[in-house]
Write a protein that binds this ligand. Structure first.
Ligand SMILES: NC(=O)c1ccc[n+]([C@@H]2O[C@H](COP(=O)([O-])OP(=O)(O)OC[C@H]3O[C@@H](n4cnc5c(N)ncnc54)[C@H](O)[C@@H]3O)[C@@H](O)[C@H]2O)c1
Length: 274
């Protein structure tokens, strides 16, 4: 059971301008909502135009949608140029867009599948950081990469996905060293499981849906799989001045999954509230 509480409203991001990739759905959409609630203006960059436009319509003039394919260099460069032309600055880049499928072993991943995972998950982070850098330097801004615990601890049948996330974590630490003196912070946030379309698509590929629900509770020491808003509040913190002395951090937001997946517990694991 998810004991989610509404996040306190505050103005940690007042006056900030952000680009959230993959912002139309899931974790990205929750970050967009949280950033707007905390005072930021946000360009939602996503390849899903109807969903992105609907989100922006629901949030009002602090948001604008732009069609974006993060794997395409020209598309990414143009999105950042548009944002800066519109709002005059870029303070925060959230590299969130990503794909998890196919979730497979090395031997069962084809070369085109490997290349797609690398392009959407990793090449995109490189492109975003590269094109945003002059604007972030001018604003003394920050980057937040949405990574994964699969890039820290490893995960069964996620070889290439995990490799992209492990590489993002390494890029984050190296860029933090390069950019620290320029006043640019860069961090990575690592969820384990989060209830989004990507997770639901993965569950749909599994033969035992009920067993997967149990697994999702058990891998998190806190005993449940979180909703996207529980990731978004931490994202806002990391992109705010409250985190001004944090850079190069690979932060698990994972309910303690890194302490050990409790997958051998009986499936009748007690509800944490009982
Ligand atoms: N959901 C989880 O359990 C989980 C766990 C760990 C890490 N993550 C990471 O969180 C991030 C967001 O995942 P999510 O679960 O919210 O996914 P999601 O599928 O709910 O949303 C992803 C969004 O990214 C967009 N997108 C995909 N490819 C794109 C591209 N090439 N260009 C632009 N937009 C694109 C999609 O249209 C969608 O709006 C990903 O990087 C994922 O790896 C998710």
């Amino acid at each position: 059971m998810n004991p989610a509480r509404p996040a306190p409203r505050n103005d940690r991001l007042a006056g900030r301008v952000a680009l959230v990739t993959g912002g139309a759905a899931g974790i990205g959409a929750a970050i967009v909502r949280q950033f707007v609630a905390e005072g930021a203006r946000v360009l939602v960059g996503d390849r899903d135009q109807p969903r992105g436009e609907a989100l922006c319509a629901s949030l009002g003039p602090a948001t604008v949608f732009r069609a974006l394919d993060v794997a395409d260099a020209d598309s990414f460069r143009a999105a950042i140029q548009d944002l800066v032309a519109r709002w005059g600055r870029l303070d925060i880049l959230v590299n969130n867009a990503g794909i998890a499928l196919p979730a497979e072993t090395v031997q069962h991943t084809t070369l085109p599948q490997f290349e797609q995972l690398i392009d959407v998950n990793l090449r995109s982070v490189f492109l975003g950081c590269k094109f945003a850098h002059p604007h972030l330097r001018a604003a003394r801004g920050c980057v937040l990469n949405i990574s994964s615990m699969a890039g820290v601890t490893g995960q069964e049948r996620h070889a290439v996905y995990g490799a992209t996330k492990g590489a993002i974590n390494a890029l984050t630490k190296c860029a933090a060293v390069d950019w620290g003196r320029e006043g640019i912070r860069i961090n990575a946030l690592c969820p384990a499981g989060v209830r989004t379309d990507t997770l639901r698509a993965w569950i749909a590929t599994q033969p035992d849906a009920a067993g997967i629900e149990t697994y999702l509770r058990q891998i998190h020491a806190l005993g449940y799989c979180p909703e996207p808003d529980e990731i978004a509040t931490v994202a806002a913190f990391l992109c705010s001045d409250e985190a001004r002395f944090i850079t190069g951090c690979i932060l698990p937001v994972s309910g303690g999954s890194e302490c050990g997946y409790n997958v051998h517990a009986p499936f009748s694991l007690a509800d944490p509230q009982s």
